[in-house]
Design a protein around this ligand. Structure first.
Ligand SMILES: *Cc1c(COP(=O)(O)O)cnc(C)c1O
Length: 211
């Protein structure tokens, strides 16, 4: 992990686009290194791994933790208790459960709904038509702050294909009046910016290769 690397990336990104530093697979010491140079948003995809780092880093109150991994229903309470943002809400049932638990826990997590824009069987998410059909019901849910949509593009697409999918996500978010789009990773962040991403989820680009 080289801080100069992080600063180089940060300088290339427009100021209205946020960087989520995806620290899964990296140690808390590496989080401290870039937290020291101004990065406060960190993304993790496995609850247990994240929680261990959260305990070590509990005195760094400026850190905002984002959950970006597949949500297991039996982990929802722990996720609600320990994360300010949840990017990967992929079904109405889980969203309802997050809302119910947030009421009980007196929390108000920021929520991004994961959308499924291709038939990639390895990725979950709301089907866009279903999301629109359910929208009035979704808006009624308590104790969640619906802030945007999230998408993960399949690997191996051309630059044009990546851009096209990201634009679909942006158009859908705009139609629902959601400000945020969590899209773009280390391999496709430039297209994501061009399409109107507000949260780039960057792991290896910042921290280097994962073992
Ligand atoms: C791991 C991960 C990332 C970051 O991936 P990189 O290619 O290392 O930037 C982004 N989003 C999700 C959902 C991830 O699981």
């Amino acid at each position: 992990m080289n801080p100069a690397n992080y600063l180089k990336i940060k300088n290339k990104i427009p100021s209205n686009v946020n960087i989520l530093a995806v620290s899964k697979g990296f140690k808390s010491q590496e989080i401290i290194t870039i937290q020291n140079i101004g990065q406060n948003d960190f993304g993790e995809s496995k609850f247990q791994e994240a929680f261990e780092k959260q305990l070590i880093l509990k005195d760094l109150k400026q850190i905002n933790w984002h959950f970006i991994g597949r949500i297991q229903t039996n982990k929802i309470r722990k996720i609600v208790q320990n994360f300010k943002y949840i990017h990967s809400v992929d079904s109405f049932e889980k969203l309802q459960k997050i809302s119910n638990i947030s009421c009980e826990e007196e929390k108000n997590p920021f929520i991004m709904l994961q959308v499924k824009l291709t038939n990639d069987p390895s990725k979950g998410g709301f089907n866009p038509e279903l999301l629109i059909a359910k929208w009035e019901e979704i808006k009624e849910l308590k104790n969640i702050i619906l802030t945007g949509l999230m998408t993960i593009n399949p690997k191996g697409l051309s630059s044009e294909e990546n851009l096209g999918l990201f634009k679909k996500c942006r158009i859908l978010a705009d139609s629902l009046q959601l400000p945020d789009c969590s899209m773009g990773m280390s391999g496709d962040w430039e297209e994501a910016i061009d399409a109107g991403s507000t949260w780039l989820r960057l792991g290896s680009l910042i921290f280097g290769g994962r073992s």
